[in-house]
Design a protein. Structure first.
Length: 273
């Protein structure tokens, strides 16, 4: 009893191209050819192909099939590793499914970062994008603190979010003064944010460059100007540990050095004195 390539493919629920691929990888021996030149597969080929299919269905890579096919110890090791891999994958899928359900419930945009779904409706598109970047740079504890800031927004924050690029001087001065209290409260509660690379994982300089580039892309000059004005008012009054103040000054000095800017004395850095 023998079968052609197409018959063997139908019999095992695979394809002719897959069988040919297994031949190229030496996973399945080439059959003898009949007098008419056509291949004829036997029971040994059928059973081997079913064995390969079973291992592939379980997730064993093609490159590992030969080493585990007839070695029980290797099979057990491979199965244990597959179980670990599948457990991790299942956890990832369950997390994704939970977040998808939350997005549907809260009507959150699909690009909302994990952990911010329930407050996405109160965040601007720019803030959502920035938090998406931050979630790739900081751990969960840092992002939880970021969320507390985003959750505690004021009407003035919304006004800054909607500030046009051509906002006049009086509006910028007023808004800067109005966001000072919340900025001061947040920085005193989370002084590490003064030198954010302190909590980053990975390449801190690349991360900081990504943040700066993204901020200039997401916020217009008027919005950035208001935030800078508020910070210049806040920093000298912050009630924070000396080490956090020193860390900020070192951070700013290093940033300026990287940009080729010389900082002379305290005129360029907000001072607490």
């Amino acid at each position: 009893m023998g079968w052609s390539t197409s018959e063997l493919a139908r019999l095992t629920g695979t394809t002719v191209n897959t069988i040919r691929h297994y031949h190229k990888l030496d996973l399945l021996a080439e059959p003898e050819r009949m007098s008419n030149g056509y291949k004829q597969y036997g029971a040994a080929h059928l059973l081997r192909l079913l064995q390969i299919r079973r291992m592939r269905d379980l997730g064993i890579p093609l490159t590992d099939i030969d080493s585990v096919a007839s070695d029980h110890e290797q099979q057990q090791l491979a199965l244990k590793q597959l179980d670990r891999d599948l457990g991790e994958r299942i956890a990832e899928l369950e997390k994704a499914r939970t977040e998808i359900a939350e997005m549907v419930t809260y009507g959150a945009p699909i690009d909302t970062a994990s952990g911010f779904i329930d407050i996405a409706a109160r965040m601007s598109a720019a803030d959502r994008s920035l938090m998406s970047l931050y979630s790739n740079l900081y751990d969960e504890s840092a992002m939880a603190e970021m969320k507390s800031i985003m959750s505690d927004s004021t009407p003035y924050d919304q006004e800054v979010d909607e500030l046009p690029d051509d906002a006049d001087e009086a509006t910028r001065v007023r808004l800067a003064e109005q966001i000072v209290p919340s900025m001061k409260s947040n920085l005193e509660a989370k002084p590490w944010m003064l030198a954010p690379t302190h909590r980053m994982h990975g390449d801190a300089k690349m991360g900081q460059a990504a943040i700066i580039g993204s901020i200039t892309e997401l916020y217009n000059p008027a919005q950035i100007d208001v935030i800078q004005r508020a910070f210049l008012q806040v920093f000298p009054t912050l009630d924070i540990p000396d080490e956090d103040r020193a860390r900020f000054i070192a951070f700013i000095t290093e940033m300026a050095r990287d940009e080729g800017v010389e900082i002379d004395g305290s005129s360029e850095i907000p001072d607490g004195t």
